[in-house]
Each structure stands twice: as structure tokens, then as C-alpha cells.
Design a protein around this ligand. Structure first.
Ligand code: C2E
Ligand code: MG
Ligand code: MG
Ligand code: MG
Length: 292
């Protein structure tokens, strides 16, 4: 193929490279501008503890409210933000905004709501990452134990010694650490023991068919048992049906997150979701009392 193109070879490659570079600069510029124009927003999805029946926290999930494209999902821009390094200022904004919001809801009488924030590998590799977490807590005044940072297995396995040292520093701040999408990565049990984590989040791909697929059911039961034996909390993500909820509860998973309870919602709608959940709980308790 190179021979066919002969003398044009070199030109061809520089053109392709320039185009790639141009595209990268374009995306980087667009993301930087979006940050300046405050086009990013956080949506919040409740996390429910079904032992007490209450919403005990929420995960902050970023969206890009693009003037022409509308609401852009994170899977479409987080990888680009990571590539260009823009994830660092974006991640810092997410962290501060989520902490401030959690504290605001606590002050409105919502108890010790905790907020979970996704952290990307690139962010965690920054020299001053731990400092920026400390700064977000100090600036907003949120109690450290009300902040949970979600890391993935692959990002931790990327540079394991560095990650373990960062995790220990984060624990010293008093924040909680969760492994997101657990079961999809390739961390070994030996590694898990060395991670200073508090929570395993069962990936939604296992939850999806948990009531029909024997393998998924076995994997979910194993993760729940693992968490219990290691004295870790466990939360299932992607819970969409009553059947999934019942299965998870029967096998000892008490914390859940998913469309069954609520989709991620804008901050302005979150208190209404909380109130509706409490009302539903009260009605269910009432119905139970009537049957007795
Ligand atoms: P994740 O952290 O695993 O978040 C869970 C994803 O599952 C969210 O997608 C959520 O909306 C979706 N989800 C929740 N409940 C259900 C359900 O019952 N069924 C189904 N099918 N899906 C459900 P979303 O918001 O599009 O986020 C996708 C991913 O983008 C996140 O996965 C996370 O890895 C990343 N992300 C989101 N926000 C941030 C952020 O602020 N920083 C970083 N670094 N990554 C983020
Ligand atoms: Mg997450
Ligand atoms: Mg997840
Ligand atoms: Mg996921």
C-alpha cells in the first residue's frame, strides 16, 4: 500500500496527523470553553439503604448541557476530557459542586446524606490530587466521611503502588473510597486486601440478568459474600426491577441504586425525589401494618 502511494506517502501521513491534531485541539477548545461558560451540570441519583428504607446518599453524575447538542452523556466527553487533560479542572469542579450541594441538602434537614463522586485515572495521577480533595472539603465545609470517591479497578491497577499510596492518603483525610463497576476489571483478591477501600459497587452488567442468568446470580452472590467477609459495604448499581431488588436483598445486599428508585435527576428535583421516596416508604409500612 505504501508503495502504491509512492511519493505521496509522507504528505499523506502529515495530513492525517494534522487532521488528528486539529480535531484534538478543537475538542480541547470546546471543553475548555464549556467549563468557562458553565455548561456542565451535575445530576444526582439516590442510593437507598433498604434495611432502613431510606435514601442515604447520592452519586453525582456529570452532563454537558451543550447549546446546540442538548444534554451530552458523560461517556461521550469524559474520555476526551481525560485525553486532553481537561478532566483535571472539570473533575475539580465536579468535586467542589457535589460537596457544596450535599452540604446544602444536609442543612435543609436531610441528615447525613453522603455524596459519591467519580474520579478518573488522570485526575488521581495528579501530584496534588489529595490536596485538591482536602481543599474541596475545606472550602465547602462538608464532613469528610460524607464524601465517597469512586475509583475503578483498572485505574487502580494502572499504577498499583502509586494508587495504594494515594488511597491511604485519602483515607487519612477521612473520606470513603469505593470501587466502581466491581467485577469488570482485573484486580486480584490479593490486591483488594491492600486497597484502603470501604465499598464495593457491583457492576450493573451483573445485576441486569441476575434473576434469569445463573452465572450472573453466582457472581453477584460471590461479590456480596466477598464484601461481607472483608467487612466492606456493598452496593448494587443498575437496579431496575422489583425482582432484582428482592434477589439482592435476599442475598444480603442492603444498598442499591438504579432506575427502580430513580433516574439521576437535576439538583432542583432531588428533594422532590427524596420526599416521594419517603411517602412511598410510609405507605408501604402502613400497608404492612394493616395486614398484621
Ligand atoms: P458509573 O459511575 O458506573 O455510573 C453509573 C451509570 O449508570 C450512570 O450513567 C447512570 O445514569 C447509569 N444508571 C443508573 N441507574 C441505572 C439503571 O437502573 N439502569 C441503567 N441501564 N443504567 C443506570 P451516566 O450518568 O451516563 O454515566 C456514565 C459513566 O460516566 C459513569 O459510570 C462514570 O464512569 C462516568 N462519569 C459520570 N460522571 C462522571 C464524573 O463526574 N467524573 C468522571 N471521571 N466520570 C464520570
Ligand atoms: Mg460511578
Ligand atoms: Mg458504576
Ligand atoms: Mg458503570
Amino acid at each position: 500500500r505504501a508503495k502504491e502511494m509512492g511519493g505521496n506517502n509522507y504528505q499523506f501521513y502529515t495530513a492525517a496527523l494534522n487532521e488528528q491534531l486539529g480535531e484534538r485541539l478543537l475538542i480541547e477548545g470546546a471543553l475548555r470553553q464549556a467549563l468557562e461558560r458553565r455548561e456542565f451540570v451535575l445530576h444526582y441519583q439516590p442510593q437507598v439503604d433498604i434495611a432502613c428504607g431510606r435514601i442515604v446518599g447520592m452519586e453525582a453524575l456529570v452532563r454537558w448541557q451543550h447549546p446546540e447538542l442538548g444534554m451530552v452523556a458523560p461517556n461521550r466527553f469524559i474520555p476526551l476530557a481525560e485525553e486532553t487533560g481537561l478532566i483535571v479542572p472539570l473533575g475539580a469542579w465536579v468535586l467542589r459542586t457535589a460537596c457544596a450541594q450535599a452540604l446544602a441538602w444536609q442543612r435543609l434537614g436531610q441528615g447525613e446524606l453522603r455524596v459519591a463522586v467519580n474520579v478518573s485515572a488522570r485526575q488521581m495521577a495528579e501530584q496534588d490530587f489529595v490536596q485538591s480533595v482536602a481543599a474541596a472539603l475545606a472550602e465547602t465545609g462538608l464532613a469528610p466521611h460524607c464524601l465517597e470517591l469512586e475509583l475503578t479497578e483498572s485505574q487502580v491497577m494502572n499504577d498499583i503502588e502509586q494508587a495504594i499510596s494515594v488511597m491511604h492518603e485519602l483515607k487519612k483525610l477521612g473520606v470513603k473510597l469505593a470501587i466502581d463497576d466491581f467485577g469488570t476489571g482485573y484486580s486480584s483478591l490479593a490486591h483488594l486486601k491492600r486497597f484502603a477501600i470501604d465499598v464495593l459497587k457491583i457492576d450493573q452488567t451483573f445485576v441486569r440478568d441476575v434473576t434469569e442468568n445463573a452465572d450472573d446470580a453466582a457472581i453477584v452472590r460471590t461479590i456480596i459474600a466477598l464484601a461481607s467477609n472483608l467487612k466492606l459495604e456493598v452496593i448494587s448499581e443498575g437496579v431496575e426491577t422489583r425482582q432484582q431488588l428482592d434477589f439482592l436483598r435476599q442475598h444480603g445486599c442492603q444498598q442499591m441504586q438504579g432506575y427502580y428508585f430513580s433516574r439521576p435527576v437535576p439538583a432542583a428535583e432531588f428533594l422532590a425525589v427524596l420526599a416521594a421516596h419517603d411517602a412511598r416508604q410510609a405507605a408501604e409500612r402502613g400497608a404492612q401494618a394493616d395486614r398484621m
